[in-house]
Design a protein around this ligand. Sequence first.
Ligand code: AMP
Ligand code: GLY
Length: 426
Amino acid sequence: MKNKVLVIGSGGREHALAWRLSLSSSVAQVFVAPGNPGCAQEKNVENIAIASDDYDQLIAFAKDNAINLVVVGPEQPLCDGLVDLMTQEGIKCFGPSAKAAQLEGSKVYSKNFLKKYNIPTASYASFTEIDSAINYLTQQNFPIVIKADGLAAGKGVVIAETEEQGIKTIKDMLAGNAFGEAGHRIVIEEFLVGEEASFIVVVDGKNFVPMATSQDHKARDNGDKGPNTGGMGAYSPAPCVTKKVFDKTIEEIIKPTIEGMINEGAPFIGFLYAGLMIDKNNNPKVLEFNVRFGDPETQPIMMRLQSNLDEICLRAIGQNLENFDLSWNKKSSLGVVLAEKGYPGNYAKGSLINGLDFVEKDVKIFHAGTQREGETVVTNGGRVLCVCALADTLKQAQQLAYLGVEKLDWQSKYYRSDIGFKAIEL
Ligand code: AMP
Ligand code: GLY
């Protein structure tokens, strides 16, 4: 019998996961709660009008519709314990328990964990009191990194260039006005230099399978300048993750993390995403953990995945990933995010999007912040679309993706024109 799958979330990541699941030979039907207009256009994919934080309704839907697999996209439901709730109800739900999700949900938890298990990361200290945080800060070198403890949608990290900026950030966070609950504890950590990469593996509690390598561009503007965002574009593979870096990451980061979580009584099941900083000597350090797939890394990675995604997730839930290999398209993939001007600050909504009927072989338009309005689709979020292309080389994938980017249009469309520049020799 083929699987009925429920994907939770509404972004570009969830569109890409739902699309890839729908192509699996062992999937009959994919539902997405709440999904977006892009998901609804895929064959065998249906949006369900249940919010991603309406846990009772999600559980009821999964039961009523004999769902065989639930895949949770965003971090919030994972940190809230949706996997625990679904598992108690006998529903197969892929992702970490609330306890294991603390790897992302609390920067203090994850830094203490990294230190305890001797996993390479920036040196740090954590604080709840303004005075002791400032006292520590004044004895450090600049720039320095200040992070709110809790989930802050990518906005809880400030790189302070000066003591003055650092003190202001500490006060903003710990006084509780700028970041709410998430900022009542902070981490102050050493500023690392090098090249960032996203290292994502699927874990079954004990065994793991690596996803294809990837990199994203977190800064909003060309040349990796401007404010930090959720991600303005991504590509796979990531040339900076050489065999040597890959092997080191597995031995020094992934294996000790999985073993550490077993030791903590919180075995990790799900997508484990280590955000890495790779220094000039090819040594990777953990910048952060995410306990879910990356957005927009998912989009180019799903363009390349050939194995059945539902099988991977079900094997992980069944603790059966040992000796399991994934199959990848050898081609390269690159995705460019189209955003609303102003993102990640204030931005407009409701602009009519033209060009969505653009069709080209090996180009895929993933929706994120879009909404259907009658016969049309309008903008409804900061990151609106992600145009992905698949080609023999990253350079060709870049050219093909930008061909799509230029066909799409709305008032106040904004995008970076240099996605992939670090990986492509110009
Ligand atoms: P995080 O959410 O912890 O990954 O931080 C968001 C972004 O801030 C990262 O992708 C890096 O670009 C930057 N960042 C975080 N921590 C550090 C660090 N210790 N040194 C340098 N950059 C950092
Ligand atoms: N692209 C970074 C993230 O998903 O957190």
